[in-house]
Design a protein around this ligand. Structure first.
Ligand code: C2O
Ligand code: CU
Length: 475
């Protein structure tokens, strides 16, 4: 398998670390459309602050924050040649796509990381409609925090926009959280700060919506809009509220739910929600998108601003999103039972933890940068956590014995959340990433129908790096 090809004219240039000497890319001389990862700048902070040096994706020109929106219809292929013009190896993961294993981008498990100056061809089917995203999957705690993330939208085959009761427009909202200095530069020196990793991760201080702090989002009075909201932050759990816009929840992690009015929407890192809002008819109104930074004092992160002629409001019930069910239904009569025990972090610690084949105490683990474990193993990349026969239903009981929430993500599969702390969950709660609170137990189930080696990790990316990472095998 030779997906990597060397572009000798670039070798060594990125290693200089500067952006000024990179030759101009040509985007025409390759069979696949290019997705280039490279240093760039972005105006994250409001006008008056300087632009922030970032690492970003581009399909043409300079890299942008968030990365360019990739949009296909369910059943179509996504094809991109990753061109690595970063000073580090990298790989792209297509989060939530039930992809073929070799295209999953989970370096170093499913592919070797792509060295600076080299390329990798991604070519895969996007089987399921929904709101997804793509991001770096090598040193994610640094590369995603520097900006390497973008939206990936898989449209339904059936029409929805413009149908009776549906929205007339959709708007992707990529939310992120940056740790910035006073001059809007990214804080550089705390990438693997073990203190942060042992708490709630590398938390930022600036929330952006579509790459901008406090943006104004232009809306027509009276219009009904489908928001595709994506939390790309590496650590921040985002409780969101849209008072005054009658938000109705439509889908979670790409899976439609029966539309229901919601006051708040809780998105852990990597989770997505589709929400329909109705802009009031008042022509001068401005309505805030609110976020709770953790103390129940909601702050504005963006404003929906009415401009232009009012549209006739859409009356009646919201039209549900088209149901899709290419997902196999778990057979719970005789599943393969597995457990996932999460331990570690500040205030609780962990006992008898294995790291790279040796049993270590808390102090030795810390000196190796480890603060977390799955089933008594920190950063367990040597052997799978479990194996499942192709087609078998896996029932996974996950228990969080730490003092912090985690956002657990399984690659290559979507799972149903069956119970939360012993109580039955709403049926049909299907996800690829689930938040699990301190001392909570969740039971999930999925059909292991996708052969290969699949990562399972916390999407608080400094937790992942500090030990909350493993994989399972389907064969
Ligand atoms: Cu979105 Cu393994 O990641
Ligand atoms: Cu975590």
């Amino acid at each position: 398998m030779t997906h990597i090809s060397r572009r000798t004219f670039l070798t060594g240039v990125a290693a200089l670390g500067g952006t000024a000497f990179l030759p101009r890319m040509t985007f025409a001389d390759t069979a696949l459309p290019v997705l280039r990862a490279a240093p760039s700048t972005a105006q994250l902070a409001p006008a008056g602050y300087r632009a922030t040096p970032v690492w970003a994706y581009a399909t043409k020109g300079a890299g942008i924050i968030p990365g360019p929106e990739i949009r296909v219809t369910a059943g179509e292929r996504i094809r991109h040649q990753l061109v690595n013009d970063l000073p580090q190896p990298t790989a792209v993961h297509w989060h939530g796509i039930r992809i073929e294993n070799a295209m999953d981008g989970a370096a170093p498990l499913t592919q070797a990381p792509v060295p600076p100056g080299e390329t990798f061809d991604y070519d895969f089917l996007a089987p399921d409609p929904g709101t997804y995203w793509y991001h770096s999957h090598d040193r994610g705690f640094e590369q995603v925090a520097r900006g390497l993330a973008g939206p990936l939208i898989v449209e339904d085959r059936e029409p929805w926009l413009g149908e009776p009761g549906a929205a007339t427009r959709e708007l992707t909202l990529v939310l992120d959280d940056w740790l910035l200095e006073g001059d809007a530069a990214i804080v550089e020196d705390r990438w693997d700060d073990l203190h942060a990793a042992a708490h709630d991760g590398r938390m930022g201080n600036t929330v952006t919506v579509n790459g901008r702090a406090y943006p104004d989002l232009d809306m027509r009075p009276g219009e009904r809009v489908r928001l595709r909201i994506i939390n790309t932050a590496t650590a921040r759990v985002m409780p969101l509220a849209l008072p005054g816009l009658s938000p109705r929840l439509m889908a979670l992690d790409g899976h439609p739910v029966p539309p229901r009015a919601v006051e708040t929407i809780l998105l852990g890192p990597a989770q997505r929600a589709d929400v329909v809002i109705d802009m009031p008819l008042d022509p001068d109104v401005q309505i805030a998108l609110l976020l709770d930074p953790g103390n129940e004092e909601w702050v504005d992160v963006a404003a929906f601003v009415a401009t232009g002629e009012p549209l006739a409001p859409i009356e009646g019930e919201v039209r549900p999103l088209p149901a899709w069910s290419t997902l196999p239904v778990p057979d719970l009569s005789d599943p393969r039972r597995e457990v996932l025990l999460m331990e570690g972090g500040a205030m609780r610690g962990m006992l008898e933890t294995r790291y790279q084949g040796e049993v270590m105490d808390f102090r030795e683990l810390a000196s190796n940068g480890m603060a977390w474990a799955f089933n008594g193993v920190a950063h367990g990349m040597d052997a799978p956590m479990f194996r499942a026969a192709l087609g078998r239903t896996v029932h996974l009981e996950m228990t969080n014995r730490s003092m912090f929430p985690h956002a657990i993500h399984l690659h290559g599969h979507h799972f149903e959340v069956l119970t939360r702390s012993g109580a039955l969950n709403t049926p049909g709660d299907v996800r690829d990433t689930v938040l699990i609170g301190a001392d909570e137990t969740l039971e999930i189930a999925f059909v292991a129908d996708n052969p290969g080696q699949w990562m399972l990790h916390c999407h608080m990316l400094s937790h992942q790096e500090a030990g909350m990472m493993g994989w399972f095998e389907v064969a």
